[in-house]
Design a protein around this ligand. Structure first.
Ligand SMILES: NC(=O)c1ccc[n+]([C@@H]2O[C@H](COP(=O)([O-])OP(=O)(O)OC[C@H]3O[C@@H](n4cnc5c(N)ncnc54)[C@H](O)[C@@H]3O)[C@@H](O)[C@H]2O)c1
Length: 247
């Protein structure tokens, strides 16, 4: 397959909008869709004014206004799932519910061109499960982003036993073009989470135990971890920030 030129983003919530902006800044033609017009409108507005996207990059002097405008023009905000599916790469960013994701993958497999790559931004469901909902398992891959998607370099690329080498290389190249640092990890259907989230949740479990035992408050745990390990925020602030898109 030739190089990826067009990308569809399915789900324009906390993650999808930022992912669309990252790809557009890298030069891809992006079609971003959502079943909720309100979410689509909010994502479009975020691209124009948001702190952690194109507008914020201009405000911080990291992008000039013309580049940001060109990137914005490369994004089509569309109510049509079919339109987004007509892309070389489609990234699924719908809520973390397996039945919803499987249904999206089944539909994508029906509609998207046979050579299109289907990726999931799932936080932890098995990529093999999603690949199994399609007739193109070798063209299904995980591309797990971190929030805010436009800013964070994180790119956990999750491969199954049957993900093709060509697909993996194309997605790595795309992530690099977006300025990310792709790290390839193996799908493990026996666990929820890949690498970053398994370790993150282990840390949250222990932080919660410390609070439940009355050893320290949540605010104190946050302060201690920031001061000791130079984390940008403490464990409980991370939970809040990730859920809200750090707004
Ligand atoms: N929030 C984070 O920090 C974060 C980080 C990494 C990965 N993720 C993962 O990314 C995915 C999306 O998370 P989010 O926080 O952006 O969720 P979100 O709820 O903010 O956005 C999901 C969007 O998907 C839309 N949607 C639902 N069903 C749809 C369908 N069938 N077709 C098109 N759109 C549909 C919803 O209307 C909503 O706007 C989840 O799998 C989540 O686990 C989230």
């Amino acid at each position: 397959m030739s190089e990826i030129k067009t990308v569809g983003v399915v789900g324009a919530g906390v993650m999808g909008g930022g992912i669309a902006q990252s790809l557009a800044k890298a030069g891809y033609e992006v079609t971003c869709t959502d079943i909720a017009s309100k979410a689509l409108g909010a994502a479009r507005q975020d691209a124009a004014e948001g702190r952690f996207g194109l507008a914020g990059a201009v405000a911080r002097g990291k992008l000039d206004a013309a580049e940001a405008e060109a990137a914005r023009a490369r994004i089509t905000w569309s109510n049509s799932f079919e339109e987004a599916a007509q892309s070389d790469l489609v990234i699924e960013c719908v809520p973390e519910k397996l039945d919803v994701k499987l249904s999206v993958f089944r539909s994508l497999d029906e509609i998207a061109p046979k050579q299109s790559i289907l990726a999931s931004n799932t936080s932890g469901f098995s990529i093999a499960a999603m690949a199994g909902a399609t007739r193109r398992p070798s063209r299904v891959i995980g591309w797990h982003w971190a929030s805010p998607a436009f800013v964070m370099k994180f790119a956990e690329i999750v491969v199954t036993d049957v993900t093709s080498d060509a697909v993996r290389e194309q997605v790595i190249a795309c992530a690099e073009k977006c300025g990310k640092n792709p790290v390839v990890v193996r799908d493990n259907p026996l666990e929820w989470g890949f690498v970053a989230n398994r370790i993150y949740f282990a840390m949250i479990r222990e932080a919660s135990r410390v609070v439940d035992e009355g050893v320290a408050t949540r605010a104190e745990v946050n302060d201690l971890m920031v001061d000791c390990f130079r984390w940008p925020v403490g464990p409980f602030a991370m939970v809040k920030g990730a859920g809200s898109g750090w707004k």
